[in-house]
Design a protein around this ligand. Structure first.
Ligand code: XMP
Length: 522
């Protein structure tokens, strides 16, 4: 078995008042951490084979044992280390987590006759503990095995038809278990149950707020970088912007940001980024205008992967050159998010596209990373951005790929085709914002395909490009659904694009989900 990565040292600094989720591999593990954070208590995932010493070093106020995909009796099922139950830290086991706990403490886990999936009626038999006075009538279940005999010292507090022990607790040793999933919205009292655990049992304080988080992170950055110089690549997106502002708040002018305009940005985008950083924040900023350089390199290139490679490589070269001019900065800011950290800990997904993360780290650069967003989910980054005064437009910007418009122009990239796409995209963005839909959509943008078609405008034959409208809803970009935009909005977008953008005579709508499509066209 591959050795697992060590526990993130930053966790110890962030977690003392928080709760760790011991991850047995359930699809819901991340959601548990999110829910706990929504209660203003810090929470992070640790692997199921975390050692008691590692946990003790982090000083959490509680542990949640997550669900898992397997039966506790399956070959290779992830095992709970019983020593984690002896740390004197309160424990809440959820689904597989409860079953593992029951098994470790001498209870009985068995396959019942009926599996339970989905909404299930719950019968509360004791209200002494976590269930208190909650309106716990239905819950969300997803299990085949069930605890059929609670360990000694445990009281059964709820049951369902197929789960004789749907909730159990041992108040004296502060150990609790629920067969159902309190973290999903289909368990209506779930968040309240988590709150009872966090605040009544673990004695947590609701201190995980954007303001506190900024203070903590500023202190951590100062401790990490001291008097040294730091550089940060700005992409225009919310992550690198918030990371830069946090570091700037910590060390002021010792930070220099580098913003490389590769010419594949949207209308007015570079100006907006430069203005926000120069006027509002006074962050020292090197604005590299390399538009012609990139367009030159991309001339005649039609293959999507080659476009990505060229942009990635050229970007890194320019970034290195610029950073070399900056008094040998020893630190580089990266906008890595917690979801990236979790993802990189999981097995490799098949490579569909080589993502080039603009602002990313050139591999052979001898710099140390500063990652102020490493513990944050995207919505938390946005809350911090708002707290730091980042303009709404940047805080709520939809994701935009590093290679920019280059991968939304199918085929050859020319100055003329870039201008067409930029203008059409501008119209589309403006109409989506006017319709109040911008924040509801994961992404909305225009694509310029490589075909042309015949049209008629003012009695004249035209032979021009179509524009494709792409708008999707998604939670995480792993899957996406095409957005059902209102017809009158589509009509406005279509007629404005055709009237206002030279070289376009047709507008079409992409109605493909992901999978089978990807969000971007290339
Ligand atoms: P796809 O097209 O693979 O995209 O469904 C998923 C998400 O990733 C974004 N994307 C990128 N982001 N560099 C980035 O920083 C890239 O090279 C890149 N390619 C795609 C895309 O916009 C969507 O949100």
């Amino acid at each position: 078995m591959a050795e697992r990565a060590p526990i993130d040292p930053q966790l110890a600094a962030a977690a003392p008042g928080g709760v760790l989720v011991v991850d047995f591999g359930a699809q819901y593990s991340q959601l548990i951490a999110r829910r706990i954070r929504e209660c203003r208590v810090f929470s992070a995932l640790v692997p199921h084979d975390v050692t008691p010493d590692e946990v003790a070093a982090i000083h959490p106020r509680g542990l949640v044992l997550s669900g898992g995909p397997a039966s506790v009796y399956a070959d290779g099922a992830p095992k709970l280390n019983p020593a984690l139950l002896e740390l004197g830290v309160p424990v809440l086991g959820i689904c597989y987590g409860m079953q593992s706990m029951a098994q470790a403490l001498g209870g009985e886990v068995a396959r019942t006759d009926t599996a339970e999936f989905g909404k299930t009626d719950l019968e509360v038999v004791s209200r002494n503990g976590l269930l208190g006075d909650l309106a716990a009538e239905t819950c969300w279940m997803s299990h085949r095995d069930a605890v059929v005999g609670a360990p000694e010292g445990f009281e059964i507090s709820a049951r369902t038809t197929a789960a004789p022990v749907a909730a159990m607790e041992n108040a004296e040793s502060k150990m609790y278990g629920v067969q159902f999933h309190p973290e999903v919205v289909h368990t209506p009292f779930g968040t309240d149950l988590l709150k009872n655990f966090l605040f009544d049992v673990c004695d947590c304080a609701p201190t995980w707020t954007a303001a506190n988080l900024i203070d903590d992170e500023v202190a951590r950055i100062r401790a990490q970088v001291g008097d040294e110089s730091v550089i940060c690549g700005l992409s225009g997106g919310v992550d690198s912007a918030v990371a830069a502002l946090l570091v700037h708040r910590a060390i002021g002018d010792k930070l220099t940001c580098v913003f490389v305009d590769h010419g594949m940005l949207r209308q007015n985008e570079a100006e907006q980024v430069v203005a926000a950083f120069g006027q509002h924040f006074k962050v020292p900023l090197v604005h590299v205008e390399a538009q012609d350089h990139f367009i030159g390199k991309l001339e005649g290139v039609e293959d999507p992967e080659r476009k990505r490679k060229i942009i990635g490589e050229e970007f890194i070269r320019i970034f290195e050159r610029e950073s070399g001019k900056l008094n040998d900065a020893r630190f580089l800011v990266q906008g890595t998010l917690y979801s990236d950290v979790i993802e990189s800990g999981s097995r490799d997904a098949a490579k569909i596209k080589s993502h080039h993360n603009v602002g990313g780290l050139p591999e052979d650069m001898s710099v140390e990373l500063v990652e102020p967003l490493r513990q944050l989910f995207k919505d938390e980054v946005r809350a911090v951005g708002e707290e730091l005064g980042l303009p709404e437009r940047m805080v709520w910007r939809q994701p935009f790929p590093g290679p920019g418009l280059a991968i939304r122009i199918v085929g050859d990239i020319t100055a003329e085709r870039l201008a067409i796409l930029r203008q059409a995209d501008f119209v589309l963005q403006e109409e989506i914002r006017r319709a109040g839909l911008y924040r509801d959509l994961w992404q909305s943008f225009a694509v310029l395909p490589a075909v042309r078609s015949v049209g008629v405008q003012g009695d004249e034959r035209t032979y021009a490009y179509p524009i494709v409208i792409r708008a999707v809803t998604s939670d995480d970009a792993m899957t996406a659904d095409w957005a059902r935009l209102p017809y009158d909005l589509l009509e406005r977008i279509s007629s404005r694009i055709i009237n206002e953008v030279d070289g376009v005579n047709r507008v079409t709508l992409d109605i493909t989900s992901k999978p089978p499509g990807t969000i971007e066209w290339e």
